[in-house]
Structures are given as structure tokens and as C-alpha cells.
Design a binder for this molecule. Structure first.
Ligand code: UDP
Length: 457
């Protein structure tokens, strides 16, 4: 009997590797063999970050291929990275599958690629392998992406760069929530060159998605009913959350600071502010200072993830704190380089989450019923903030002052507002229940996942 053997291919970024690794772990739990393809650069990060993963990565086989860039190249330049990926990776992937099929009794039967890596489906077609796509972002962003041809036709965006011809509030369909054209995802990605490159990649992946039978989305129906109704092919399977099975890799790029949890244990229920901005956000020194001082002004305990590169410098942020800050907050503030975030958000001591609104962080916050204070940085995060504060009403946004800074006073004020808002807390609890139901037996996400597993088998 042929045993199903899937090859999983994420975009080489933290917010893609984690959910696709979680998805892979779930597939393994259902008896499916999984080979997980990182880029060489990202596999080195994953291995360096976790001794557990180095010693034993359960049943997911971790392999890697080059992303087309030298190992010492700056991968924060997303335009350069995408050009390299689209140019070089198809050849490397084909070679890898050829080698696996030669040496392994279980040949690759299906490629599950991140939708943004849909070029891989060309390789799948060439090699006669089945295809499925995974979308680790809001369904609404997929609707936005599918609408690119129409947006060009109506003159809403420039055909070459995707830049909006004017900033306005539009609706992609009568049932969709309003959105600002300034928040088109490709337009929130840095300089014009990067925007243009990513926009053109999106047009290519729209083409490459034609004929792909499955498109699985890490969201749940009740969150975005109008988007799912508009694209019936897109099936929600979220929220995808890590199981607790020993040895299952998480896919972190930085080592988790496990003292975060023991520190939280010392605090009463609903008392701690958790502050984290995902893997990509960078603050300049002034904004970093205001944030530190805002947390100090809040007069509450806080757990703050200060990634080693959060202020962009190579030596870490320790020299970036305001003078005397570390001493003044020593009794109630804890800074860690990277936290076990899903466990942190599930901790009873949490009061709220100051977040950059990355989709995974958003889903993790919702799943745990934690009120959110929104501080978006790029990509879909602006749209996610609108969802959180205006549509689902489970959080508030922070406003910049005339210099473009989010001031310490604004941080203090919004934290107070958020923490005293009973309606937000109630809504957050309601969404938590909906999320739980969707992945429980009989829930829509659970049914979609099971149907997919049957299809693979
Ligand atoms: N994360 C984590 N520890 C941290 C910060 C983030 O484990 O200290 C995880 C978080 O749980 C999420 C992912 O990193 O799964 C970040 O993804 P997200 O989409 O929120 O943001 P991105 O990094 O893509 O901007």
C-alpha cells in the first residue's frame, strides 16, 4: 500500500513556519508522513533555537534547500528575497523531490505549499504530484488578492506597482467590511521596489493557484463569514494551535525563554500586560523609549518580548532602554528575547496583549479571549487592527501623535481604557468560545481538516 507522504513548503518567515509546522504536526498525528522544507538559512535558525528540535523532532522530517541567496545576505530585504526565491527555488525543490523519491520507499504524494509559494505547483505538475495550498493570513486578504485584476480595471490601483491611485474607504463586495485602500497588503511592505516585487509575485501566484484543489486557511468561519462565502474554495481550518505532544517541533527562529511562564505564575489572574511584536517589527530608539516609558507609566506588571534585533542594532537592545528604566521596573517588568507565546497567552495571569496584529498573534490572542491593544507595523496588520477594533470589537487601536510617534501618555491611556472595558472582555470571551467550537469535533474547521486528511489518504 502507498503511504501518503506530503511535502510542506512554507514561506521562510516566522509567521509562516510556525503555523505550517503546527499543521504538519496535526497531519502526523493523523498518520501522514511529512517532510517539512525550510530554507537552509531558516533551518539553521530553527536548529540553533531549540535543543529539543535538534535532538528529536518527532515524526516531522526537517530538510532544507537554498533560498537562492548567500547565507550572509540580509533577508529583511523582502524584494530581494522574493526575487531569489521565485528564481532559484523551483529548481532546488525539483532536485530535492527527485532525491527523496529515489531514496525513500514512500514517494512524495502531495505538496502543501504556502499560497505565496504557489510557484511550487509548477514543480508538482511536472512531477505528477497532487497539490494543496495553505493561507496563513486573514481570508479577507485573499479576497483582496483575488480582486487585483478588478482593482486594476477600475483604476483603483496602478497595474505595475499596486499602489492605490487614491486613499479611500472601499468595500470589495457589499458584504465585506469596509477597508482603506492604504491598507492593501502589498502596499504596506516597505519601499516602492519591494511593494512592486511582492505585488507582481502575487499576480504570479494567482495564476499558479488555478487548478489547485485545496486552499486551507488558518482562520475560522465565524470570524470572516463574508470572505469565506465569497471564495467557497477557501476552507477554514483554524485556529491552528500547537498540541502539547513531546518532541513536536514548533519552528521558532529564536530560543524561547522558559522563565516567562514561571514569572507569570507569580502573578494574580488578569494582572499582567503582555507586549510582543512578532518577528519582523523594528522600532527606532525614540519609539522604543516611549514604549518603555509607557509601560512604566501603566504601573502594572508587564512581560515584554524584546527580540535581540527589535531596535535593529546588532548588539541587542540593552543599551537602548531609557536611563534608569531597568532599575525602576525591576520589581514588576520582565523583558525576554522570545517567549513561548501560545502558552503565555493561555496563562491566567494575562490582562491584555499589546500586539503588532500579526495574523498568528491575532488568532492566538482571540483563541485565549485576551483583549488586544493594536500597534500594527506592516503587511496585513493594519487590516487586522480594523478587524480587531471595529469589526470584532475585541480591542483598541493606538494613535500616533503629529510626529508619528505613539507616546507614553497614549499607551498609558489606552491601556487603562482597554482594561476597564467590560464589553471588550465579554466579546473576547465570546470569540474564544467560537474559536474553540470550530476546532472541536463537529465544528466547521475540524470537519474541513478531517476532509482534507481523507483526501490525502
Ligand atoms: N512568537 C513567539 N514568541 C514571541 C513572539 C512571537 O512564539 O516572543 C510567535 C507567535 O506566537 C506567532 C509568531 O511568532 O505564532 C509570529 O507570527 P505573527 O503572524 O503574529 O507575526 P510576524 O512575526 O509574522 O510579524
Amino acid at each position: 500500500m502507498v503511504r501518503p507522504h506530503v511535502l510542506v513548503l512554507p514561506v521562510p518567515a516566522q509567521g509562516h513556519v510556525i503555523p505550517l509546522m503546527t499543521f504538519s504536526n496535526h497531519l502526523v498525528d493523523h498518520g501522514i508522513k511529512v517532510t517539512f522544507v525550510n530554507t537552509d538559512f531558516r533551518l539553521a535558525n530553527v536548529m540553533a533555537a531549540s535543543e529539543e528540535t535538534r535532538n528529536d523532532h518527532g515524526s516531522v522530517r526537517l530538510v532544507s534547500i537554498s533560498d537562492g541567496l548567500p547565507m550572509d545576505e540580509d533577508r529583511r530585504d523582502l524584494g530581494k528575497l522574493h526575487r531569489a526565491i521565485f528564481g532559484a527555488m523551483p529548481g532546488f525543490l525539483e532536485e530535492l523531490i527527485g532525491k527523496i523519491n529515489e531514496s525513500d520507499d514512500d514517494k512524495i504524494t502531495c505538496i502543501i505549499a504556502d499560497e505565496s509559494m504557489a510557484w511550487a505547483f509548477g514543480v508538482a505538475d511536472k512531477m505528477g504530484i497532487r497539490k494543496a495550498a495553505f493561507w496563513p493570513a486573514p481570508a479577507a486578504v485573499y479576497v483582496m488578492k483575488l480582486n487585483i485584476p478588478r482593482l486594476i480595471e477600475t483604476g483603483t490601483i496602478d497595474a505595475n506597482s499596486g499602489v492605490p491611485t487614491k486613499y479611500e474607504i472601499i468595500k470589495l463586495s457589499p458584504t465585506m467590511p469596509e477597508m482603506n485602500t492604504a491598507h492593501f497588503v502589498w502596499h504596506c511592505l516597505g519601499d516602492l521596489d519591494t511593494q512592486q516585487t511582492i505585488f507582481q509575485c502575487m499576480i504570479q501566484t494567482n495564476e499558479a493557484m488555478k487548478g489547485v484543489e485545496w486552499l486551507l486557511c488558518n482562520s475560522f468561519y465565524e470570524l470572516e463569514p463574508s470572505s469565506f462565502d465569497l471564495v467557497p474554495k477557501m476552507l477554514p481550518i483554524g485556529p491552528l494551535l500547537a498540541g502539547n505532544q513531546h518532541g513536536q517541533p514548533v519552528g521558532n527562529f529564536w530560543p524561547e525563554d522558559s522563565t516567562s511562564l514561571s514569572w507569570l505564575d507569580k502573578h494574580p489572574p488578569h494582572s499582567v500586560i503582555y507586549v510582543a511584536f512578532g518577528s519582523f517589527t523594528v522600532f527606532d530608539h525614540r519609539q522604543f523609549h516611549e514604549l518603555a516609558l509607557g509601560l512604566e507609566l501603566s504601573a502594572r506588571p508587564f512581560l515584554w518580548v524584546v527580540r535581540p534585533d527589535l531596535t535593529g542594532g546588532p548588539n541587542g537592545p540593552t543599551d537602548a532602554y531609557p536611563e534608569g528604566f531597568l532599575e525602576r521596573v525591576a520589581n514588576r517588568g520582565r523583558m525576554v528575547g522570545w517567549s513561548p507565546q501560545q502558552k503565555v497567552l493561555a496563562h491566567t495571569s494575562l490582562a491584555c496583549f499589546v500586539t503588532h496584529c500579526g495574523w498568528n498573534s491575532t488568532m492566538e490572542g482571540l483563541t485565549n479571549g485576551v483583549p488586544l491593544l493594536c500597534w500594527p507595523y506592516f503587511a496585513d496588520q493594519f487590516l487586522n487592527r480594523s478587524y480587531i477594533s471595529d469589526v470584532w470589537k475585541v480591542g483598541l487601536g493606538l494613535n500616533q501623535d503629529i510626529d508619528g510617534i505613539i507616546s507614553k501618555e497614549e499607551i498609558k491611556k489606552k491601556l487603562e481604557e482597554l482594561l476597564s472595558d467590560g464589553e471588550i472582555r465579554t466579546r473576547a470571551s465570546e470569540l474564544k468560545e467560537m474559536a474553540k467550537k470550530s476546532v472541536s469535533e463537529g465544528g466547521a474547521s475540524s470537519r474541513n481538516f478531517n476532509d482534507f486528511v481523507e483526501w490525502i489518504k
